[in-house]
Design a protein around this ligand. Structure first.
Ligand code: ZN
Ligand code: ZN
Ligand code: ZN
Length: 289
């Protein structure tokens, strides 16, 4: 990864409260459903990513490494195998899923013949509907090493000393009734909001819960263009900026970016006009706490 854009701890947080943080977060994939470069696309962004693979945007997933050595995923990208090998991570202890869509859940299939003891099954935290869809309807419970842990929509759980609270967002699902969610992650005094896939019109209850000046907000930002499509599924740039202000986020990292977002370095330059709060996410971005 280009060192120039590696975000240092000092840039994110004052060094005085350094001791509070013992958790490392890595953006495994910063891309949307098709990824960048997209198959059979030769737009400027895709061509740039082919030429500079470090500017590719693989499908979305986040890794959180706790101070007790536990590795936690937020979503399981179809590119998960490649991402974990890239980061040198061998063992996953828990997965939190935002929703069932292909680009967030199909990475679970990478756990086929995953080498662990039977007693170490990976905890799968997700809505009961999503768990049933993946493990029961698709009959994967016998071949994938997961232990079900259904999560209520605003339920709070603790894992590896980190608190995760899910919240409802506004993302169209092909499977009627399944609701997409984001997560509020709390460790010590620090708070990170991960929106998952969402468009505006997020429920009031959610806005009330997360409008707490989070230290970092990792936000779905599909494109900076004023497109007509996917308007009920994702934020475009002005919406993502407005949302980040609404919740009072101190730092913002854009993820789930499509190839309709300009090439990485070009977009980084452009975002400078919006001030230092905004960070263009990229694969391998880490926050070392
Ligand atoms: Zn393209
Ligand atoms: Zn989705
Ligand atoms: Zn998605």
């Amino acid at each position: 990864m280009q060192d120039l854009y590696k975000i240092s701890e000092a840039e994110f947080f004052s060094l005085t409260d350094k001791d509070v943080w013992q958790v490392k977060l890595t953006i495994l994939g910063s891309g949307d459903t098709p990824g960048t470069p997209a198959l059979n696309c030769h737009c400027k962004t895709c061509e740039n990513a082919r030429k500079h693979p470090e500017h590719s945007r693989t499908r979305f997933s986040i890794l959180i490494q706790a101070d007790d050595g536990k590795n936690i995923l937020i979503d399981a990208s179809p590119d998960l195998r490649f991402q974990l090998i890239r980061e040198g991570v061998e063992k996953i202890d828990a997965v939190f899923l935002t929703h069932e869509h292909f680009d967030h859940s199909s990475g679970l299939f990478n756990f086929y013949r995953y080498k662990i003891k039977a007693s170490e099954k990976v905890l799968l935290f997700a809505g009961e509907d999503v768990i049933n869809h993946l493990l029961v309807e698709r009959n994967l419970q016998n071949i994938l090493p997961f232990r079900r842990r259904p999560l209520g929509i605003y339920e709070k759980v603790e894992f590896a000393g980190i608190e995760f609270q899910s919240f409802k967002v506004n993302h169209r699902s092909r499977n009627e009734g399944m609701s997409a969610r984001g997560f509020l992650i709390t460790h010590g005094q620090k708070k990170i909001v991960v929106t998952g896939d969402t468009s505006p019109n997020i429920p009031e209850k959610t806005l009330k819960m997360i409008s707490i000046n989070p230290d970092v907000a990792i936000i779905d930002m599909f494109t900076d263009r004023n497109v007509e499509f996917l308007r009920e599924s994702h934020f475009i740039l002005p919406e993502a900026i407005a949302f980040s202000k609404q919740i009072g986020a101190k730092k913002v990292i854009f993820v789930h970016m499509s190839h309709y977002v300009p090439p990485h370095l070009e977009f980084v330059e452009r975002m400078k006009n919006h001030g230092e709060r905004f960070v263009v996410g990229y694969d391998g971005l880490t926050l070392d706490f």
